[in-house]
Ligand binder design. Structure first.
Ligand code: IMP
Length: 439
C-alpha cells in the first residue's frame, strides 16, 4: 500500500480535512508534520460539524493511528481540550494518538509576545492567528525551545522554563506587559505533563516500525503551500514547512518512504490574514463566494478574502511539491455564476509573468490576466457520479488541469462524505500514472 502526502496548494483552507477523512480508510496511520493549532480542519459527519486543530482528521475513523510529528508545535492545553472534545465522536487515547517527544511546545508568553508584535507592526502586520505558533518556532530555531520530551522530567522542565523566562520577561517588560512567574508556568505545565505523558513517543521510530510491517501512512499537511516559510509569500507566511519536504523533516521519515503527493485545491482562491493576493475580488462576486462558501476562518472566525482560481499560483504549488493529482474542492460554491474566471498569468511593468514571483512586492503589484469561461447552468452540488457533472463544469476542470499540469482525481461537491466524485481510483492513479509535466 502506498504512502502519500496530502497538502493544500493555495493559502490554506482548501478543504483538506474532508479529503483526508475520505481517504483515511485506505491507510493505517495519519501523520501530521507541521503547524499547530493555527490550523482548522473542518469535517462533516452525518450533518455534524467537527473542527480539528491539532489532531489529524484520521481520528474520526475507528482504527487509524494518528501521529503528531516533531515538526508540529503543540499547545498542551489546546491538545488536551481537543482530546476531550473528541470523546463525544471518536475513540481517543494514547492507543490512537502519538505525539513526538521532539515536538516543540507553545508556552503562554509566545501568544502574548506575538500579539504585541502584531500590534507594533500595525498596518504591516502579518495577520497571524496569534496562537503563539511563530514565536514557538522562533525559539526552536534559537535552540532554546521546550519540547514535549522535556515534560518527561520535571527538573529538566523547571530549568528550561526558568532559562526561557530570563529571556522572555525582559521582552515582556519592553512591550509594557507584566512579567510571567516561573512557578506559575511550571505548575501549569507540570499538570499538563501528567496528562500528556502517555501520548509522548519516539514517533519516527514508531512510523519506521509500523511501515516495516506493511502499514501505510497518509502524511497530512496543514495550512497551504503558499504559506510555507521558504516557498510561500514571505513574510506573509506561517513559520513552518507546509510543502511536501516538511513531511520528511517534520516526522523523521526518509523521502524514499513517500510514494506520491495529492494536492487539495479549491475551485477558487481564499486567503485569511495579510499578504498579496492577485485574484482577490472586492466586488459583489467576491461577497457571493464568501457567503456561499461560508468563508470564515475555522480557527479565528475571521472572514476570508475570496477571489478567482489562480492557475499561476497552483501550478507553482504543483511544481514545488511534485503533485500529479488534485482533489478539487468547493466547485459548488460557483454554481449559478454566469461566468467564471481563471488567472493564467500576471501583468507586471508591461510584461506578462507566467511564473509565480518570489518577491511579495511584485505579486502585490501584479495584475491578473484572466481566461473567462461560461458558468454551468445546472448545479454540481451533491453530485457523486462523474457522468452527472455538467459539461461546462467539466470544461472548467479541464482548463484548470491543463494550466496546472495535474489531473483532478477527486471532485468534492459538498461538505458530506457522500458528496464526492471519484474521477478515478485516486490512490492507484497517484502511484501508477504520474502526470506528465511539460519540459
Ligand atoms: P500563523 O500561522 O498564526 O503564524 O499565521 C501566519 C499566516 O498564516 C496568517 O496569514 C494566518 O492567517 C495564516 N494561517 C495560519 N494557519 C492557517 C490555516 O490553517 N488556514 C489558513 N491560513 C492560515
Amino acid at each position: 500500500m502506498a504512502n502519500i502526502i496530502v497538502l493544500g496548494t493555495q493559502w490554506g483552507d482548501e478543504g483538506k480535512g474532508k479529503i483526508v477523512d475520505l481517504l483515511t480508510p485506505g491507510f493505517d496511520i495519519v501523520a501530521r508534520y507541521q503547524g499547530g493549532h493555527n490550523a482548522g480542519h473542518t469535517v462533516y459527519v452525518d450533518g455534524r460539524k467537527i473542527v480539528l486543530h491539532l489532531i489529524p482528521s484520521g481520528i474520526l475513523r475507528p482504527k487509524t493511528l494518528c501521529v503528531i510529528g516533531n515538526g508540529v508545535v503543540i499547545d498542551p492545553r489546546a491538545f488536551l481540550e481537543e482530546v476531550e472534545a473528541l470523546r463525544a465522536v471518536a475513540s481517543v487515547g494514547p492507543d490512537r494518538i502519538a505525539v513526538s517527544a521532539k515536538a516543540h511546545l507553545i508556552l503562554p508568553y509566545h501568544g502574548v509576545l506575538e500579539r504585541a508584535d502584531e500590534d507594533r507592526l500595525g498596518e504591516k502586520k502579518i495577520g497571524t492567528t496569534c496562537r503563539g505558533i511563530g514565536p514557538a518556532y522562533e525559539d526552536k530555531a534559537a535552540r532554546r525551545g521546550i519540547r514535549a520530551g522535556d515534560l518527561l522530567d520535571l527538573d529538566v522542565l523547571k530549568g528550561k522554563i526558568a532559562d526561557n523566562l530570563a529571556v522572555k520577561n525582559p521582552s515582556m517588560r519592553a512591550c509594557g506587559l507584566e512579567p510571567i512567574g516561573a512557578e506559575e508556568i511550571f505548575a501549569r505545565y507540570a499538570a499538563f505533563a501528567e496528562a500528556l505523558r502517555p501520548y509522548i513517543r519516539d514517533t519516527s521510530r514508531l512510523l519506521a516500525d509500523r511501515m516495516r510491517l506493511g502499514a501505510s501512512v497518509l502524511f497530512e499537511g496543514a495550512q497551504g503551500a503558499l504559506l510555507d516559510l521558504d516557498h510561500g509569500t514571505y513574510p506573509f507566511v506561517t513559520s513552518s514547512s507546509a510543502t511536501a519536504g516538511g513531511a520528511c523533516t517534520g516526522l523523521g521519515v526518509g523521502p524514499t518512504a513517500i510514494d506520491a503527493v495529492l494536492g487539495v485545491t479549491k475551485a477558487y482562491t481564499t486567503r485569511v490574514g495579510s499578504g498579496p493576493f492577485p485574484t482577490e475580488l472586492g466586488d459583489e462576486t467576491g461577497k457571493t463566494i464568501a457567503r456561499r462558501g461560508d468563508e470564515f476562518g475555522a480557527t479565528t472566525g475571521r472572514p476570508r478574502r475570496c477571489g478567482w482560481f489562480d492557475a499561476v499560483a497552483v501550478s507553482y504549488a504543483c511544481r514545488i511539491n511534485g503533485i500529479s493529482r488534485l482533489a478539487l474542492t468547493k466547485p459548488d460554491v460557483l454554481d449559478g455564476l454566469p461566468e467564471v474566471k481563471v488567472c493564467t498569468g500576471y501583468r507586471y511593468k508591461g510584461g506578462l509573468l507566467r511564473d509565480f514571483p518570489s518577491e511579495p512586492w511584485i505579486l502585490e503589484k501584479a495584475r491578473p490576466e484572466y481566461r473567462t469561461m461560461p458558468g454551468w447552468p445546472s448545479p454540481v452540488r451533491g453530485i457523486s457520479e462523474l457522468g452527472d457533472l455538467p459539461p461546462a463544469f467539466r470544461d472548467y476542470v479541464r482548463l484548470l488541469e491543463d494550466l496546472v499540469e495535474a489531473r483532478a482525481g477527486i471532485i468534492s461537491t459538498g461538505v458530506e462524505r457522500e458528496e464526492t466524485v471519484f474521477v478515478e481510483d485516486v490512490l492507484a492513479g497517484l502511484v501508477d500514472r504520474p502526470a506528465v509535466r511539460k519540459p
